[in-house]
Design a protein around this ligand. Structure first.
Ligand code: SF4
Length: 288
C-alpha cells in the first residue's frame, strides 16, 4: 500500500513486512497487548475495564512517550486481520465494557477489516494521540462509537520540539471537530458508562501550563460545554527523553493552575487525584 493515513502524508510504500514511511510500520497489524485495562476514565473503564488493543509503532512519536516500548521500539506480534477479529471476540467475552483501539492510526484498514469480520456488541473506542487527518477519521465513521483523542499541545514550537509535528494543533483540532460531528454529545447508560461521544484528553507537562491554558480555551470556544475533558497529571519523566525541563513530574500548583482554568471556563473537566496519577498506569507490554 501507498500510505497517507496520517498527517505525515509520507506516500510511502508499506508491504506486509515493513514500511518506508515515518512510522516505519508494514501493512500487517502489529499488536503489543490485548487485555482488560482498568486505568482509563471511569466512564469508560467502569468496574470491568476497557478491552484495550495496543498496537506497535506510532506515526506521531512524542519524545516523552509513556509507552516507549511499543511506540518507538515497535514491540508486538504481527497479526492477520482474521486473528485480530477472533481475539477481539475473546476479549469482549471477558466482560469488558468496550473494545478500545490504542494508537491505531497506521492500522486503520486492518481495524476496519477486523470489525467487518466481527463487530463487538459493546462500544468501540478509538484512543488516539490526536494527530489524525480528517479523511482517516471519516473512514472510521460508523465503526467507532467513542473517540478518545489527546489534544496535547497548542504551540507550533512545542509541536516541533516534542513530536516533530509543528502542525500538531492544526491537524488535531480539525480531526477532533470531525470526531465530534460524528458522535454528537456524549450519551451514557443507566450506570454512567459512555455509550457514544468524544472525550478529550490533555496531559499536563512540566513547565508548559501556559500551553495547556490555550488548549482549554480552544475546547471552550469550539466544542459543546458537555464534552468531557480529562486533565491528566501522571506525566512521568522517561530516561530516554533529553528535552530540558521534562525531567521532572508536574507540581501540584501547575496541575491546579490548569484545573482552575478549566473550571473558570465551565468545562466538564475530569480531574485526576494525585494518588491515582502515581499508580501504575503503564502496562507491561509482555505480548499478552
Ligand atoms: S501512517 Fe506511517 S507511513 Fe502512513 S503517512 Fe503516517 S507515518 Fe507515513
Amino acid at each position: 500500500m501507498i500510505c497517507t493515513l496520517c498527517p505525515r502524508m509520507c506516500a510511502a510504500e508499506r508491504n506486509s513486512e515493513e514500511g518506508k514511511g515515518y512510522c516505519g510500520m508494514g501493512s500487517t497489524a502489529v499488536v503489543s497487548r490485548m487485555a482488560p485495562h482498568m486505568w482509563e476514565e471511569p466512564c469508560i473503564s467502569g468496574s470491568r475495564g476497557c478491552g484495550t488493543v495496543f498496537f506497535g509503532g506510532c506515526s506521531l512519536g512524542c519524545v516523552y512517550c509513556q509507552n516507549h516500548d511499543i511506540s518507538h521500539e515497535k514491540r508486538g506480534k504481527r497479526m492477520a486481520d482474521e486473528e485480530l477479529a477472533e481475539r477481539i471476540r475473546a476479549l469482549e467475552a471477558t466482560g469488558v465494557h468496550n473494545i478500545a483501539f490504542v494508537t491505531g492510526t497506521h492500522f486503520v484498514p486492518n481495524v476496519l477489516h477486523a470489525l467487518s469480520i466481527y463487530r463487538p456488541q459493546v462500544p468501540v473506542v478509538w484512543n488516539t494521540g490526536g494527530y489524525e487527518t480528517v479523511e482517516t477519521i471519516k473512514m472510521l465513521e460508523g465503526a467507532v462509537d467513542i473517540y478518545l483523542p489527546d489534544l496535547k499541545l497548542y504551540s507550533q514550537r512545542l509541536g516541533k520540539v516534542l513530536c516533530n509535528a509543528p502542525d500538531y494543533f492544526e491537524k488535531a483540532t480539525a480531526a477532533i471537530l470531525e470526531m465530534q460531528r460524528q458522535t454528537g454529545e456524549a450519551q451514557y447508560d443507566e450506570n454512567g458508562l459512555m455509550k457514544r461521544g468524544t472525550i478529550i484528553r490533555h496531559l499536563v507537562l512540566p513547565g508548559c501550563t501556559g500551553d495547556s491554558l490555550k488548549v482549554l480555551e480552544w475546547i471552550h470556544e469550539n466544542l459543546p460545554a458537555a464534552t468531557p475533558v480529562s486533565i491528566m497529571r501522571q506525566y512521568t519523566p522517561m530516561p530516554f527523553c533529553t528535552v530540558r525541563g521534562l525531567d521532572r513530574r508536574v507540581t501540584d500548583s501547575e496541575y491546579a493552575r490548569v484545573v482552575d482554568r478549566a473550571v473558570d471556563l465551565g468545562l466538564h473537566a475530569l480531574i485526576q487525584e494525585k494518588e491515582a496519577a502515581e499508580a501504575e498506569y503503564i502496562p507491561d507490554f509482555d505480548l499478552r
